[in-house]
Design a protein around this ligand. Sequence first.
Ligand SMILES: *Cc1c(COP(=O)(O)O)cnc(C)c1O
Length: 356
Amino acid sequence: MKKHNFNAGPSILPRIAVENSAKAILDLNGSGLSLLEISHRHKDFQAIIDEASALFKELMNIPDGYHVLFLGGGASTQFVMAPYNLLQTQAAYLETGVWAKKAIKEAKLFGNVNVVASSSDKNFSYIPKGYSIPADADYFHITTNNTIYGTEIKHDMDSPVPLIADMSSDILSRPTDVSKYAMIYGGAQKNLGPAGVTFVIIREDILGKVDRKIPSILDYKIQIDNGSMFNTPPCFAIYTCMETLRWIKGLGGLKTIQAMNEKKANLLYDAIDNSTMFVGTAAREDRSLMNICFVMKEDYKEKEDAFMEFTKTKGMVGIKGHRSVGGFRASTYNALPIESVQALVDCMHEFENENM
Ligand SMILES: *Cc1c(COP(=O)(O)O)cnc(C)c1O
């Protein structure tokens, strides 16, 4: 049976990226060696990391003065590295979910943290608005897409202080005005590549402003000076990222990707909004294009398990909602074909018809 992969992360990747990665594991560029068996200093690997970085810059239109890094440790290590390198006295954070809370917890180890607004009062089902960003903060940290709750900040905001964004789950899903951000980071495993690599896009002029000593491996300046190779980088994961970036370029870039993502999300949101049985959990204006969360209305609550089972018989994978929201979550990342969304919508209609 054909599988429809709605996993939240690690998650679906372009088929061509997976196939070419498999080939590179067996034989990289006809060299007779596996991608897994060559030095990260080998010219063939240097070409891979250079291309991945160049494609990132091209697709996101990254201005001069920024660097693209490929590091280990996941987004969670960036929760630590960002304040380590950038928090001198006070930082501002927007609390929009569990990942934001984890970032806040780590930042508190390094200085004062001003949580400017939170949506915890309604289980993070919306993006706070109308707050002000303190002009004396060292930086302002946001989570653009809240993977667990299905809310997203879909515009590039103005900030009086350096803006730092965790874009783990919406990187490369739309054109982004990188010049509005001092730093963008995320784990690759949601929308870009396999687990194991973390991308960091950073403007160099924000560095060198804290007094504390920074361990080399966690020092952005040292990572920049060493071209992400202060230590052995996650070579294989970087290769797959490069293949995904090639795929995006081949499709025509981020405008095309955005149009595809909007079409997919609208298809599913329309089905939810027009349903008598299902209801969305996120505030309409803040709904994510990447993670679509919905539950069954009170009258049908006891049918949730039956629907879960029904979707499995139709090849759906990964639509169980996160335990803190319940219900269902369909992750509709870049690589998910619209046919899979249509299959889920058909599934919902069929289930409704049989169970109303
Ligand atoms: C998945 C996720 C993380 C955690 O990433 P790791 O690479 O596992 O540390 C952080 N932030 C967001 C928004 C996520 O979706």
